[in-house]
Design a protein around this ligand. Sequence first.
Ligand SMILES: Cc1ncc(COP(=O)(O)O)c(C=O)c1O
Length: 392
Amino acid sequence: MVAPLPQQTQQDFKERGFSRRQIGRIALVLGAGSVMAGMPWHKSRADTLPVGGIYPPGSILLNGNEFWTGPFPSALPAGQKALLNGNRYLTGQERQALVESAAAYDHISPDLITPWPGSSDPLCRTVISFCSPTQGLVTCDPTYETVWGVAEWLQIPLAKVPLRADNGYKADVRAMLKANPNAGMYYICSPNNPTGTVTPLADIAWLARHIPPNAVLVVDEAYLHFCNAPSAVSLLGSCRNIIVLRTFSKLFGMAGLRLGLSIAHPALHEKMMRYDGIYQTTMLSVPAAVIGTDSLKDPAEVTKRRSETRKNRKTMQECLSHYGVRTIPSEANMLMADWRKSPDAITAAFAQNHVIIGRSWSIWPTCSRISVGSTDDVQVFCKAMESVASLL
Ligand SMILES: Cc1ncc(COP(=O)(O)O)c(C=O)c1O
């Protein structure tokens, strides 16, 4: 059951050109923005969700870009203590400690940071806050699809700009602007899901300087910790229209705990909060907030996980290459493998070998995204490749 939006909020949407039907649909997005599974705008992700519920126990999950192990060991004592105090709601102190820890990690002002139960809610919310039936959404293709789903669900104009080999599979920011010079939101995922490719900061800055005055550029840095690329937060001083999103669901090993951050000028956050965002950001899971706080104080573990991922990714890439399967050079915990045929039988053959690989994007129907696993997972993957090879 989703509560109707307050009158004032409905009025705001009407003024931006949304119909009554679209406003009804917005209420559904806001009611469930932090819930991944089962929502209409996630229908294209049925192959990976619900994670954990449908695979035989013991399967090697290389389909959800999660980290292969849990939260940082250095953060667990505080997390365990928080679990024992789980009868209490989040207090201002825990939220503040998280914000300060995140600010120190990125050397920025705490005023720029808002925590969320994961980054899916702010991702959905940015589309609602900055797009409209007249100001659409522009993204790359392939890229992470949540924002597509919301735009399609709300019938907001959507332009997808293909990634190209001759551009190193980076976002072509000039083509993105040309695709819709009057959009309300431009979305760049860097490193990109599913290619793992990084868009240079200079290109991100160029786009931020050329989009319409009331538009935003959302830079989704869910996978930034896996590479050495600089963050778009360094642009916030000169580009006040950028919103950076982070999540603890990947390298920090906290997908099931639900924690994310948006980093932006307070005026943009205020716009995102118009639709009861305050509730989401003040009702975080206490263990998640506490574990996130301490994890950000442990940069050595970030470096360790990054180099383990890099090593395992290289082994997987070499194994695929050994069987003639081309991959795109990735800087994140995933590889896009081109089988040069439908992946259906290949995916099924992996599953028979207890390895669950990821999905395809319709623009590249012969490719599958495969997440990087632990050293043991990679061994099982390489062994499974021996059986899969007969299908190639
Ligand atoms: C690029 C990107 N952004 C955001 C998310 C959402 O993550 P969460 O809601 O777990 O923070 C994901 C998850 O796969 C992702 O790949």
